[in-house]
Structures are given as C-alpha cells and as structure tokens.
Design a protein around this ligand. Structure first.
Ligand SMILES: C[S@@+](CC[C@H](N)C(=O)[O-])C[C@H]1O[C@@H](n2cnc3c(N)ncnc32)[C@H](O)[C@@H]1O
Length: 215
C-alpha cells in the first residue's frame, strides 16, 4: 500500500504511532477548512457544542473560542485521537470548557436535546450508517439547533482524481451534494444551506433541527 493510501485509510480511525502523527498533521493541515466552514455559521457565546470525529482536537479550541461562555464536547472512536484531543486542550479541559469522550457516532453518550450546534469535519464519509447516524445526531440537538457537516471530498459531476483515490483507499463511496441533502431531509433536518468549493473538493452543509411548534 502506498504512503498516501495508508494515510487516507488511517484517517477513518487513526491508531498507533502513525495515527498520532496523522492526528497532529490534521491539527495543522485542516485549520483552513474549519475557518472557512465556521465563518459561515453564527455561534452564541453560551452555546453548547459537540464536534464528532474530533481527531487531534484543534477544532475544539476554535469552537471553545467562539462558544466562549458555553461548553464544547468532542467525541471520537479512536483512543489515540481522544488522547491527543485531551492533550491539545489540556487547559480548556482543566477549566471545564472542553470535554473529550471516546465513543461512536451511532450511539452518542449524550442526553436528548443537549447541543445547540454539532460539527463534523472530514468524518461523515467514514460513518457506518449515514441515514441512522444523522438521526442519532438530530436526537442530541436542541430544537432549532444546527448540524454543520464539512467534507473534503464529494462526488462532483466528474469524480476528481483526488476523490477517486480517496474512495479506493478509504473503501467509502463519496456522495453528491443532492444525495447528502436527501439524507439530511429524510433524517428530519430543514433549512439546509450548502456551500461548495469545487476546486478544493470542499463540501459544506448547514442544516437545522425543526423548532418545537407550541400552541
Ligand atoms: C479524517 S479525520 C478528521 C479529524 C478532525 N475532524 C479534523 O478535521 O482534523 C476523521 C475522524 O473521524 C473519526 N471517526 C470516524 N468514524 C467515526 C465514528 N463512527 N464515530 C466516531 N468517530 C469517528 C476518526 O477516528 C477520525 O479521528
């Protein structure tokens, strides 16, 4: 297996020494993506936020800076990434502003309606059951809360070379924007906004959980 394929495959669940290096690399290499995505959403200082597939944990820091009086949780199914995220956010964890837990997107260890915002950067394509997992995410969102889904890699009219290599190495199938939107709608999300940067293969969807309608 070539080095690039190994790195891509590890991205789904970084493990061991290589996994830790990959986590550190993602902390540096993904910051432009988080910045671009987070510029497109408002975050209230008191918000409670969950970052799924938090990897090396650098995005948790940016989120804690925006939700400056709230709390930010990270979850990842890789023990190494949980450990690295905790190291990356040592001070914020000590101050009670960030918490990182080990777990699976398919069974989130959180109460119903706990989060104002859930983010998922570069992780959605690795999730095992897209339709069910999106429903699990909506369970933990407040009514009116939002999911921000960012992927580097989506199926364009013609799959890019990078996209084709990613699919093959990661053993996943990239979705078109329309396919992801359909899954979001079926899971109960509304007000879906898309932003694309085709030259970078960047895909962003921001979707809302319906507000409670009270009479
Ligand atoms: C490519 S990395 C992205 C990490 C980080 N979000 C970033 O942007 O740098 C994907 C992360 O999602 C995690 N992940 C993949 N599938 C997951 C699942 N089913 N449940 C929880 N975490 C998952 C991986 O362990 C990995 O840390």
């Amino acid at each position: 297996m070539g080095i690039m394929n190994l790195l891509i495959r590890q991205g789904g669940k970084p493990a061991g020494r290589i996994g830790r290096l990959i986590g550190k690399g993602m902390n540096l290499g993904h910051s432009a993506q988080w910045q671009w995505a987070l510029e497109r959403i408002s975050i209230d200082p008191e918000d409670v936020v969950l970052d799924i597939g938090c990897g090396g944990g650098q995005a948790l820091k940016s989120l804690a800076g925006r939700a400056s009086k709230g709390k930010v949780f990270g979850i990842d199914h890789s023990e190494e990434m949980v450990d690295l995220s905790r190291r990356t956010n040592g001070e914020l964890i000590e101050g009670g502003r960030v918490e990182v837990v080990h777990g699976e997107v398919s069974s989130l260890p959180f109460a119903d309606e706990m989060f104002h915002l859930v983010t998922a950067f570069d992780t959605f394509y690795f999730w095992p059951h897209h339709a069910e997992d999106l429903k699990e995410v909506i369970r933990v969102l407040y009514p009116g809360g939002r999911l921000l889904l960012f992927n580097e890699g989506y199926r364009q009219e013609k799959l890019s070379r990078r996209g084709a290599q990613f699919e093959k190495a990661a053993g996943v199938e990239l979705q078109t924007p329309a396919e992801t939107c359909a899954l979001l709608s079926q899971a109960g999300y509304t007000d879906i906004e898309l932003a694309l940067r085709p030259e970078e293969d960047w895909f962003l969807a921001i979707a809302k959980k319906k507000e409670n309608i009270t009479e």
